[in-house]
Write a protein that binds this ligand. Structure first.
Ligand code: CIZ
Ligand code: SF4
Length: 308
């Protein structure tokens, strides 16, 4: 072992020891760096991780993801201490709609049912009727009576995808994921020419022209599940590149190619092992949500869970 590996091993041991003392669990989103995924108790999507954590008797959750995800964990586990290793890890898409902007839209469309993608702050969820994920958005929208107008926030690309799948017109908020938008249709073309046998799996946060070229459009958990079950041996992956670590680890005999190396979310990459250790040492950074907001946000999540 070289000095870097020795240091890394010591760091991992310190985290594991402290984690036990604190009765903590570590959650890592599918987009986290490899070392963070490897030390986590659970790796997954934001809703799955938050539900998994709620089922445990841990007293503390260290959420390695972005802010809205830690908030979702807190909403589902109000009695647990929820920590983020780096409070600056926000989601650019979630920050594209403010409570004031949403209130304005609700005034403009007073009859509209508000469906909020899970990539929204707790405050925005509290102002929404339904929450949805990329995996269940079509179902949630289909459950809303046809005569009702729907305002979908904040991702116009996911909104457009759901709108086409559910054959339903919706008012779309002008938000998007800057990381997924870096994946271009020409990237998919190039990779398909290079790897003609590969299946193209993309996330619905991608632009419509990228989605149009995909074999399958799936959430992150959907991509992980499909890659395992499919008979294909090669895949072109159109989502944040952190997911390739998990895909390769779980399917060592298969080959995974990123649609674009530029699909690298800077916020997701703020977390690392050092910050996880400091987070446990200092009980920082605490994620707190005012009770009323948490209650109302939970209502939109519960309404979604009732449908799916
Ligand atoms: O909710 C999540 O975890 C996100 C943002 C992506 C997905 O498809 O799982
Ligand atoms: Fe937000 Fe996009 Fe980063 Fe996901 S990849 S956290 S949607 S900015």
């Amino acid at each position: 072992m070289n000095i870097l590996e020795v240091n890394q091993k010591a760091l991992v041991n310190d985290i594991l020891k402290l984690k036990q003392q604190r009765k903590a669990i570590i959650l890592a989103h599918n987009y986290q760096i490899g070392e963070v995924q490897d030390i986590a108790d659970f790796v997954g999507d934001s809703l799955g991780l938050s539900q998994e954590a709620a089922r445990t008797d841990a007293e503390m959750i260290v959420f390695c993801g972005v802010h809205f995800m830690a908030e979702t964990a807190k909403i589902l586990s109000p009695d647990k201490t929820v920590l983020m290793p780096d409070l600056n890890a926000g989601c650019a898409m979630a920050n594209m709609i403010t409570p004031r902007q949403l209130k304005e839209m609700k005034r403009k469309y007073p009859e509209a049912v508000v469906v909020a993608y899970i990539n929204t702050t707790a405050q925005i969820k509290a102002e929404s009727d339904y929450c949805c994920t990329s995996a269940n958005g079509v179902k949630v929208v289909q459950s809303i009576p046809k005569e009702k107008e729907i305002l979908f926030i904040p991702d116009k690309y996911l909104g457009d995808y759901i709108s086409k799948k559910a054959n339903r017109k919706m008012i779309l908020w002008e938000g998007w994921c800057p990381t997924h938008r870096r994946i271009l249709a020409e990237d998919i073309l190039k990779k398909k020419a290079q790897y003609p046998k590969a299946e193209v799996l993309v996330h619905p946060e991608c632009t419509p022209d990228v989605i149009a070229m995909a074999d399958k459009v799936l959430s992150t958990s959907g991509i992980c599940r499909y890659a395992k079950e499919s008979n294909s041996e090669e895949f072109i992956i159109g989502t944040e590149i952190g997911i390739l670590h998990r895909l390769k680890k779980e399917n060592p005999q298969k080959k995974f190619y990123p649609a674009s190396n530029l699909a690298d979310c800077p916020n997701m990459k703020l977390n690392n092992l050092e910050k996880i250790l400091w987070s446990l040492e200092d009980t920082a950074f605490l994620v707190e949500i005012p009770a009323e907001i948490a209650q109302n946000a939970k209502r939109s999540i519960d309404r979604m869970l009732k449908i799916v």
